[in-house]
Design a protein around this ligand. Sequence first.
Ligand SMILES: [Zn+2]
Length: 393
Amino acid sequence: MPDSWVAKYTQVKAAGLIADVPVPTAFPDGLVQYPKGTDPASKDVCNWESSQCFMDDTINVAPDGVLAIGFDDGPTEAVAAYADYFKKEEIVATHFLIGLQILTCPSCMTNLVNMQPEQHLASHSFTHTQLPLMQDLELVADIGWSLQVIYDYSGKIPLYIRPPQGDIDRRVMTIAREVFGVQVVMWNQDHLDWCLLDAGEKETLPDVCKGTTLDSINTAYKGMMDASPQKGVLLLVHEIRNASQAPFRTLIAGAKEKKWKIGPVTDVDAKLPWYENAATAGVKGEAVDDILTKRKPFTVAGGGSTITLNGDWSAGAGGNTSAGGSTSGKGKSGASAGGNSTQTNGTDAGNGNGTTGAGSPSASGSGLTMSSPIAAALGAVAGLVIAGLVTLQ
Ligand SMILES: [Zn+2]
């Protein structure tokens, strides 16, 4: 990994900006267990998956009337199949991408980058493993390489990450934010679209999928869009299978009928920028020497029904359209546990269903302009595989 990433981590760690949370161990049920004496539900640790603790300084809600869409686990072949529909309906969503998946299917990534209207790209980690299980520098590498590979294909450096399985704690969150300026995005609605198998597909789905059918998802989406008042939706959907497209079309039809504001996750607050090096859609990403943030990270305050941007994103970096502005709202504090989320546990589809089926990672013949960081990333991944941190299926 580049020395500059390690140096930045060392600097923010020394400044006391990285939460001091011990690394948990993995449990067979997919949850994590912290050492005795460490409470995962405490505000200082706040592991949502094992304790339902909900960090209110992450992006976790949407304002009323807003349908903010986040697709996970791409890019896949399904992206191309969506392209005409997105164009016709003028849909813009955020795509939380797996770094390894980009290298596995470079043409999928190219298709996504070229979609019209322009889609919003974000990180879903490089290896799609549970981030809290990684040591600090493994996290720096995993998050950093995911941003690097997205930059190498698109020219844009993401500002947002959604953790695989939604598994996150305060140490992971602060490393993402303080080293890379990246904000954590969760969700408040998930209706298990990934449980719908494509025609002819034979896969044993986990128990959580029991009872989930096209009808059940359609009904849930319709109820969500018909609701009054229109409680803001920060949606989790997946671009793994083509079967997810049918309910998604139902959702969009309902949203349009009821005049929801439809957009990417940055639509949860008008001041949120799209990228580190390009404030909005339609702006060419500024070329950079490395993907580290050149700004003091902005922070968000959520946990209620709105997200508030704290700080001035536009300050401290040159050359881009400002989308920052200075917001003074400190938002709400406390009340981070429990709360009003309708998140469902452990439904992130990538876990165990082979979405990162990379086999032996190779970017040869990808059409990618190979940069040495990518080659190094593959080496880093190989290291993680050896360390047993990555399950390649
Ligand atoms: Zn995932």
